[in-house]
Design a protein around this ligand. Structure first.
Ligand code: AMP
Ligand code: GLY
Length: 415
């Protein structure tokens, strides 16, 4: 089979890495891909926004299966475009991906179907949101309705911080026409990913991302600084509550709404003292969760992806390694605000064989490897338990060098 992965981050590298191991895959392409994937996939210089260019390439290359990585591609209806061109594509159509691209829709869905989430209210302008602050308690999560490259959520600790957050979010333009003010939830975050074929779903291993930039969950929110699977603190009791109170009602709600949900449904959860609550739905693999989760997937990914597109997921095998995984992001200085590009990256040849580097913001320029984005690469490993996986990763973290390298030193330490 000829397979094409759309996107250019670490998540897409992990997808390529896993797909390349499948005996079903004869040719692998990535559009636009990145330097790190180029030894396993042919990279095509086509932007994710160029629907027509992607369709033409997929037709020309006789691609049998396309997998879409990023959220903005789903929100822009890329799945719909590929499908109307008669191509087979993994990911939900725009209407179903709305669970991710409209927080207001997602929150209304949760309320309608009795799915526990933070209390919230919607405001239709910055002025209305500022007025509504009078009735709010703090901390407060201030959000905008649409996608905003991870910049659409600000946790405000006081009314003054919340007003400032509203002004900052208003500057994001059209995604900020609707504001959401949401009760602050404290607890432990968990990413629950399921593969869906429209009729049925299969859960992938659960993982925990580390959203804040710095140790001890301090500093600004990022796209994710590292993931572990499974987290040490997760008990089977919490997992059954998540499944009974959230996963099953969500799937039933999707059926009741008549959403044709195929692809990944990623439930972002906060496990609070009062039980699990949904923070958000995403319509794609997480980054860096995909890296941690796909390392633990024993089964061939390709038949599972195909079954999600064509149906029949219930008869597919989805086996998971008993080993734990960890994935540590090495980020450029200035990330997340303004990552420094063009810094020389060295030492990759010194990594132990058991470490898998998944690449993202890195490029080859005049024979030198350089940073080209915020999250440069993620060191990933399996271990007989999480301690072992973390030991492997941390004993390698200093071998990769670039000026101002940032990473978390406390991955998987929450208990
Ligand atoms: P979202 O895009 O809604 O998941 O928000 C991004 C991140 O902001 C989440 O992964 C959480 O770390 C944080 N966050 C969002 N909503 C809340 C909330 N209500 N309480 C606490 N943290 C939140
Ligand atoms: N790591 C969080 C996300 O992909 O949304």
């Amino acid at each position: 089979m000829k397979i094409m992965v759309i996107g250019s981050g670490g998540r897409e590298h992990a997808l390529c890495w896993k797909i390349a191991q499948s005996p079903l895959c004869t040719n692998l392409y990535a559009a636009p891909g990145n330097w790190g994937m180029s030894n396993i996939a042919e990279t095509l210089h086509i932007s994710v926004d160029d629907h027509q260019g992607l369709i033409e390439a997929a037709k020309h290359l006789h691609i049998d299966l396309i997998i879409i990585g990023p959220d903005d591609a789903l929100a822009s209806g890329l799945v719909d475009s590929f499908k109307s061109a008669g191509l087979t594509v993994f990911g939900p159509e725009k209407a179903a991906a709305r669970l991710e691209w409209s927080k207001s829709y997602a929150k209304s869905f949760m309320d309608k179907h009795g799915i526990p989430t933070a209390r919230w209210q919607e405001c239709h302008s910055a002025e209305e949101a500022l007025l509504a602050l009078k009735g709010c308690s703090f901390p407060l999560a201030v959000k905008i309705d649409g996608l905003a490259l991870g910049k659409g959520v600000i946790i405000a600790h006081t009314a003054a911080e919340a007003s400032e957050a509203i002004s900052r979010l208003a500057e994001l333009g059209s995604p900020a026409e609707v504001f959401i003010l949401e009760e602050f939830l404290s607890g432990r975050e968990l990413s629950y990913l399921m593969m869906c074929d429209g009729h049925t779903f299969r859960a992938l291993p659960v993982s925990e991302d580390h959203k804040q930039l710095a140790d001890g969950d301090t500093g600004p929110n990022t796209g994710g600084m590292g993931a572990v699977s499974p987290p040490l603190w997760l008990t089977s009791e919490i997992l059954s509550r998540i499944e009974d109170e959230i996963v099953i009602p969500t799937w039933q709600g999707i059926q009741q709404e008549g959403l044709d949900y195929r692809g990944i449904l990623y439930i972002g959860l906060m496990v609070t003292a009062d039980g699990p609550r949904v923070l958000e739905y995403n319509a794609r693999f997480g980054d860096p969760e995909a890296q941690a989760v796909l390392l633990r997937l024993k089964s061939d990914l390709v038949p599972l992806l195909l079954a999600c597109c064509q149906g029949g997921l219930e008869s597919e095998v989805l086996e998971v390694h008993a080993d734990a995984s960890a994935c540590l992001v090495l980020a450029a200085p200035g990330y997340p605000e303004d990552p420094v590009k063009g810094l020389a990256v060295t030492g990759l040849e010194n990594l132990d064989a058991e470490v898998i580097p998944f690449y993202a913001g890195i490029r080859s320029y005049n024979g030198e490897l350089q940073t080209s984005g915020g999250r440069v690469l993620a060191l990933s490993a399996l271990g007989s338990d999480l301690e072992k996986a973390l030991e492997i990763i941390y004993s390698n973290a200093e071998r990769v060098t670039f000026k101002g390298k940032q990473y978390r030193h406390d991955l998987g330490r929450r208990r």
